[in-house]
Structure formats: C-alpha cells, structure tokens
Design a protein. Structure first.
Length: 301
C-alpha cells in the first residue's frame, strides 16, 4: 500500500517477471517513497498491467504524472513490446515506448532492451542498471557482470554496449538443485565456503568434467556423508567456475564491475579473485534507480 501523503513529481518502476518495485520521485530526483508488488509480468495479461501499477502507486498521483519503467514490462509478453536496440549502442535509447493507459493523469514510458545478432542474445532491464552505473561513473570502460537467473557479461566502451553474453547459471542451479536426482543431496539453504571453493577449482581446472562432477555430488552424499549445505555450495562453485571459463574473453585483463544481489555478487567477486582478477561490487537497486533517473532526465531534456 502506498503512502497517501506522498505526491510524486514522477515515478520510477522496475518491473520484472516475478515482482514490481516502484519509487515516488521528486522533480529533483529524491526518493520520496517506495512500493513493492508481487504482480510480476509472468502473471499478468496486457490489460492487467495498468490496474496492477495503480494498486501500487495510485496514491502518489496528483495531476499529470510520468512513469519511467524498465524490465520485462516491455517484453513481447508484457504491457507493450519495446523493440530492442542493436549493439553497439548506448544504454539510453533515443525514444521510449508509451504503454496504453486509461487513467487521465498517467503516462507510462517503457525503456527498450538491447539485442545482439551474432551470437544471438538479448537483455531487458540490465541496460537500465548499466545506464545507472555509467551515470555514476562517467567515462568508465571495461566489463560489467550482472549475476542473476541469467547472468550477463557486458563489454562497455565509449559509453556504449559493444557486446554481451548471457549465461543461464542461476536457472541451471535452481533446476538442478530442485528437479534432478541431486535434489536428494542438496539442502534448500545453508552454505559451506570450503565446498564452494572446491567446486570452483574443479570447474576452473577441468570444465569439461562438469557433468561428471555434478553426479559426484549425489554419490558423495550417499557414500561419504557429504552434507546438504556442502553439496549446495559445491554445486554453485561448479556452475560459476564453468561460467568463468567460458566468459574468460570478457574478464581477462579488463576492469570489472559486478552489479547484482549482494550475496550472489559476492560469490562472483570471490570467484574472480581466485583468478587474481579484482572487481568492484555495486548495489543493483541503486544502479537501477540511477538508470531510471537518467532516462527521465533525457526524456525531459
């Protein structure tokens, strides 16, 4: 529920597959209030987006109000499709897409994603985090890693996305730990730092043995008493290690920033450090909001 005493100058929205997060903003860019909703893109039909948004932010609207939205809200299955920009490109597009609304005081602008033809890849939402990072770090060149369900490695030069690569590491971890035979060996939570480091080292040194190492988690659980916590951490290490081997052309010899949820980002920082690669950890929510603010400023000129 929103604060009825807050009236927004404009509203920033990060709308993903599972959740939506909104911020009431002053005209100068100060956060006045925040709202969260579990009404993600994955459970909404196109005509349900406006009611879901108004349920979260309706009390902030007092007269004509601009909303800047990023994420899966602009996907083909979202509120309105915001066509991808093609690399190489800036992360702040020339034109935003306006979603259809019935509320007389509501105008919703959706930020497009970015696509790459060869090798084929897409991002939607991460471009806004990158915009926010670059707005806070003018002239920055290097590689940005965005860990998550689908981790992105993005090469940035001259304020443009030059190329990027997506790895389904997070989704693989979730699927393997919950929907394969390894579900009997892996705890739902808990952690073991030594087991993570062991799995990481195994994949970094012999990535071609990943499939065999995965089944060893089950065997070690049955035969050697490997704990569920250790199995969970070692699975993470195995998958992140394999990702780092494949992503080596991105991170080798580059300046690296890691933007994402704190705990997961820390694992990537540790994995890179094991290869003597320093990386800067960046708060995801802060960079998302900074990117939405940059898009608003550009829209208003």
């Amino acid at each position: 529920m929103t604060d009825t005493n807050i009236k927004a100058g404009w509203i920033a929205v990060d709308w993903g597959t599972s959740n939506m997060r909104a911020w009431a903003m002053s005209a100068s860019g100060t956060v006045l209030a925040e709202a969260r909703s579990d009404q993600g893109m994955g459970q909404l039909s196109p005509d349900a987006f406006e009611p879901a948004l108004l349920a979260a932010i309706g009390d902030w609207i007092a007269g004509p109000t601009t909303v800047i939205a990023c994420g899966m809200v602009g996907s083909r299955q979202g509120w309105i499709e915001a066509p991808y920009a093609s690399v190489p490109c800036t992360t702040l597009p020339e034109r935003l897409v306006i979603a259809p609304t019935t509320h007389p005081d509501l105008t919703v602008h959706v930020i497009p994603g970015i696509k790459q033809t060869q090798p084929a890849d897409v991002m939607r939402g991460e471009e806004t985090q990158i915009s926010g990072f670059l707005a806070r770090n003018p002239g920055w060149d290097g590689v940005i890693c965005l860990p998550g369900t689908h981790t992105k490695w993005v090469h940035i030069s001259a304020d443009e996305v030059v190329s990027f690569q997506t790895f389904m590491t997070g989704e693989l971890f979730d699927t393997i730990s919950k929907q394969t035979v390894l579900r009997h060996a892996i705890a739902a939570d808990g952690w073991d730092d030594a087991a993570f480091a062991e799995g990481l080292d195994q994949s970094l040194s012999r990535p071609e043995r990943l499939a065999a190492r995965l089944f060893s988690l089950r065997a070690n659980s049955l035969l050697n008493g490997l704990s569920g916590d250790a199995a969970r951490a070692q699975l993470s290490g195995l998958l992140i290690g394999a990702e780092l081997v494949a992503a080596k052309p991105y991170w080798l010899g580059q300046q690296i920033a890691v933007i994402g949820e704190s705990r997961l980002s820390t694992l990537y920082i540790k994995a890179l450090a094991s290869q003597a690669v320093p990386a800067t950890q960046v708060n995801a929510a802060a960079t998302t909001l900074a990117g939405l603010t940059a898009a608003y400023k550009r829209l208003k000129g």
